[in-house]
Design a binder for this molecule. Structure first.
Ligand code: SF4
Length: 447
C-alpha cells in the first residue's frame, strides 16, 4: 500500500460565512488533512493560514478583511509564513483583493476549492503573490468526504449551487454563478455518508432549495428528493432552509405535511411585502401571494414554524411602505426572523437606484422591526412554558447543563433550549418539559 506523504507545514484554517461556505471549508479541510498536512488548533500558531471568506454584503467583507489583516499581522510578527485567502471574496474582487489587504500570498477562487492542498504547496515555495482564479466555478462540486466543522450529529447538505433569480440587491449569482442542481445520486450518497458518520439531522441548503431539479428537467424535484432522503435509515430530522416563497407549491407542502422526517419548520425568506418594493427587488411575489402562502402553510401543516429574512431600507422605501412591512410582521407572527439593512453592493442593480435611504433611517427601521419581532418571539416562548418538547442534544457541559434544540430551532441561527440536569449525550433525542425562558432561549428539564 502506498504510504501517505507527510507534509511538514502546519495549516491554520479560518472558516467564515454562510452554511454554503462552511461546506466548502469542510471540503478544503479534508483535502488538507488528506494531503498529510497537520491542522493547527489555533491558526496564529500555524505556518500557513487559509482564510475562507464570505463576500456577500459589507459586514461579511469587513469581517473577512479583518481576519485577513490579523493573519498578515501574524506573518509580520514572524509566526505565520504564508497567508492564503479563499472563497467568495477572491471570487468577487479578483486581484483587487491584493490591493485591499496587503500581505496576501495567494488568492483562491471557488472553482479551485478542491486544489487547495496543491495550492498550499505551491504557495509555500513561491516568492510572489499568486492568484488561482482561472477555473470557472460553473460546476457542481462533489461535497462528500468532508471534515465536519459542525458536530457529527448534524450536518449541512447542499443540493444545488448558484442562482438564476435576479434579485436586484443580491451579489450571489455574480459570485456563485448560475443555478445547477447536484445530481440526485450524489446528494443521496452524500446524505448516506453523513448519516453513517453519525448525523441524525441534515439541513438542506442551496441559494433557493425550491428550484432543485429544474435544470435537470425534473418536475417536483425537491419533493422527489425528500421522499428518497427519508428512506435513509438512522436519519431523523431533515430541515429545509432557504425556500424562496415563489417556489413553494402545493405538491411540496403536501410532501412536507405527510413526512415523518422533514421537520415542520420552514425557512422562507420573504425580504419585503410592499408590492412596489418587491417589484424593485425583482422578486416575483406580491403581498397577497405571501399572505396566502403563510395561511396555506399553517392550515396544511398546523404545527409548522416559520423563519423569514427581511431587508429594510431598500432604495425608495418610504415610512408608509416600512409600516406596511411592520404590520405584516405583526400579522404573520413568524417564529424566527433575521433582519438586514440594505447594503449598496457594487455590481447589483439596486446599488445604482436613486432614492437611497440614509443609514440612520435604515438603523431605526431595523431596530423597530427587531423590537416588534422580539415581542412576538418572547410571547411565543412564554406560551410554551409547561409544554413538552423533544430535544436534540447538541452539547453538555461539566455541570450537566445541556444545549439542544427542538424541531423549531435550526442550528447556529436560531435560539436554543438550555437543558437543566441533562444526562444524555450530544446527538441523542430526549423528552423535555419547558420550565422557563431566558431571552430568546427556552429553559427545559429532561423528563
Ligand atoms: S434568490 Fe437568493 S441567492 Fe438568488 S438572487 Fe435572490 S436573494 Fe440572491
Amino acid at each position: 500500500m502506498a504510504k501517505k506523504k507527510q507534509n511538514s507545514a502546519i495549516i491554520g484554517f479560518v472558516a467564515l460565512g454562510c452554511p454554503k461556505n462552511i461546506i466548502d471549508s469542510e471540503k478544503m479541510l479534508a483535502e488538507i488533512a488528506q494531503a498529510g498536512f497537520l491542522i493547527a488548533q489555533d491558526p496564529q500558531s500555524a505556518d500557513v493560514v487559509v482564510v475562507n471568506t464570505c463576500g456577500f454584503i459589507a459586514p461579511a467583507k469587513a469581517e473577512a478583511l479583518e481576519a485577513i489583516r490579523h493573519a498578515v499581522h501574524c506573518k509580520l510578527n514572524g509566526t505565520v509564513k504564508k497567508v492564503i485567502v479563499a472563497g467568495c471574496l477572491p471570487e468577487r474582487l479578483g486581484r483587487q483583493l491584493f490591493e485591499q489587504a496587503d500581505g496576501i500570498d495567494a488568492i483562491v477562487g471557488l472553482g479551485q476549492r478542491d486544489n487547495i492542498a496543491q495550492i498550499i504547496r505551491k504557495t509555500i515555495h513561491s516568492n510572489r503573490s499568486v492568484a488561482f482564479l482561472d477555473q470557472s466555478p460553473q460546476t457542481i462540486s462533489d461535497d462528500r468526504a468532508r471534515l465536519l466543522i459542525t458536530p457529527s450529529h448534524w450536518a449541512y447538505l447542499r443540493i444545488s449551487e448558484g442562482c438564476n433569480h435576479k434579485c436586484s440587491f443580491c451579489t450571489i449569482p455574480a459570485i456563485r454563478g448560475s443555478f445547477r442542481s447536484k445530481p440526485e445520486k450524489l446528494v443521496l450518497a452524500e446524505a448516506a455518508e453523513l448519516v453513517s458518520a453519525g448525523a441524525v439531522e441534515l439541513n438542506i441548503i442551496a441559494q433557493d432549495t425550491t428550484c432543485y431539479g429544474r435544470d435537470l428537467k425534473i418536475k417536483n424535484g425537491l419533493s422527489k428528493l425528500l421522499k428518497k432522503l427519508e428512506k435513509i435509515e438512522g436519519l431523523k430530522w431533515i430541515r429545509l432552509m432557504y425556500l424562496c416563497p415563489a417556489g413553494i407549491d402545493q405538491k411540496l407542502i403536501e410532501t412536507i405535511a405527510a413526512s415523518e422526517k422533514v421537520v415542520h419548520y420552514l425557512d422562507v425568506p420573504i425580504q419585503h411585502v410592499n408590492n412596489e418594493i418587491l417589484k424593485a427587488m425583482h422578486r416575483t411575489d406580491t403581498k397577497d401571494r405571501l399572505q396566502r402562502l403563510i395561511e396555506n402553510l399553517r392550515s396544511a401543516i398546523p404545527d409548522c414554524l416559520l423563519r423569514t429574512t427581511i431587508i429594510v431600507g431598500f432604495p425608495s422605501e418610504t415610512d408608509r411602505q416600512f409600516n406596511e412591512l411592520l404590520g405584516f410582521i405583526e400579522w404573520a407572527q413568524f417564529d424566527a426572523l433575521g433582519c438586514f439593512k440594505f447594503y449598496r453592493e457594487s455590481g447589483t442593480g439596486a446599488a445604482d437606484m436613486s432614492a437611497q435611504v440614509p443609514d440612520r433611517v435604515k438603523q431605526q427601521r431595523l431596530d423597530e422591526l427587531m423590537l416588534t419581532q422580539q415581542k412576538i418571539a418572547f410571547a411565543k416562548n412564554k406560551s410554551r412554558i409547561g409544554g413538552k418538547l423533544t430535544c436534540l442534544v447538541d452539547s453538555v457541559d461539566n455541570k450537566s447543563t445541556g444545549r439542544g434544540r427542538f424541531y423549531g430551532q435550526a442550528p447556529d441561527i436560531d435560539s436554543i433550549c438550555i437543558i437543566q440536569n441533562c444526562s444524555a449525550n450530544p446527538g441523542q433525542f430526549i423528552d423535555t418539559k419547558v420550565v422557563g425562558t431566558k431571552d430568546y432561549d427556552l429553559l427545559v428539564q429532561q423528563i
